[in-house]
Design a protein around this ligand. Structure first.
Ligand SMILES: [Zn+2]
Length: 278
């Protein structure tokens, strides 16, 4: 019943999307490499979901961020990609996106290995609060949309998918029952292996064996967000590094980005100095 109501609402809202608006949204899909290869029915569905996302959420520019209508469409379309074959209900627990012009400072509190508490601030390009908005910086958004393994919008919304399952970001989204046990078996192993690879790369200064963003080693929540980011923007890397995780994400999202991706591999892949903090 809930699903039917949701579809009815989407259909009602789409009455506002006239042919000129349809062309405008389709042009933005053409401009974003990770979206351009979608089939015509997928593109139509993406526009529907993006349009509804844009009207369900409040987009708030902060610090005079020069946010344009085109920027909002780009954000909405990329936000819609992960839920293309799910539904917008997966994003139902947050209401606002704060858009900053540049990186922003976020308060940080943590306890180190010796039990000492630290308070401070950290410069971020994006953040997803467990109970609150998604924060995005326009300077990083400008780089989102390519097949390069990085996508700020998808990364932060992956955190929201994670948080939607019980209110905590821990790398365990609300999976269908058949996927839960395989995920519990595969995900912690992949996380441990990624941390091992990054430790080894740091020790030897050889990064060619690190296929995914080393930032994923911060914790399991970041590893999940990095894997989802790679699934949609560098599926070759994720499938090569962690094929089992790729297959599980493919089943969860109900789509397979691998055939859409360019079949080349831009090496060397990731240099530590290029890693944004999200
Ligand atoms: Zn993150």
């Amino acid at each position: 019943m809930f699903e039917i109501l949701s579809r009815w609402r989407q259909a009602r809202r789409l009455k506002g999307l006239d042919p000129a608006a349809q062309r405008r949204w389709q042009a933005r899909i053409d401009a974003l490499p990770i979206l351009a290869p979608l089939t015509a029915p997928e593109r139509d569905r993406l526009v529907t979901l993006g349009w509804c996302f844009l009207h369900d959420k409040r987009f708030t520019p902060v610090d005079e961020a020069p946010l344009t209508a085109e920027d909002c469409i780009d954000i909405a379309l990329q936000a819609a990609l992960p839920v293309l074959n799910l539904s917008l209900e997966h994003y139902g627990h947050f209401h606002e996106l704060l858009i900053y012009p540049e990186e922003f400072l976020s308060p940080r509190h943590y306890v180190d290995d010796n039990g000492v508490e630290h308070q401070g601030v950290e410069e971020l390009t994006g953040e997803a609060w467990e109970q609150g908005p998604v924060l995005l910086s326009m300077s990083e958004l400008a780089y989102s949309g390519s097949w390069d393994g990085f996508n700020l919008v998808i990364h932060e919304l992956a955190h929201k998918l994670d948080i939607a399952n019980g209110g905590l970001a821990n790398g365990h989204p609300d999976l269908p029952p058949a996927l839960r046990q395989p995920w519990l078996a595969a995900f912690p192993l992949a996380y441990a292996e990624q941390c091992e690879r990054v430790n080894e790369a740091e020790r030897t200064d050889r990064w060619d064996g690190v296929w995914l963003d080393p930032y994923g080693c911060e914790n399991e929540a970041e590893f999940f967000a990095v894997c989802v980011e790679a699934f949609f923007t560098d599926p070759i890397a994720l499938n090569t590094a962690f094929g089992e995780l790729y297959a599980l994400l493919k089943a969860y999202f109900g789509q397979d980005p691998l055939p859409r991706a360019p079949q080349w591999c831009p090496y060397p892949r990731i240099q530590p100095s290029e890693i944004p903090t999200t």
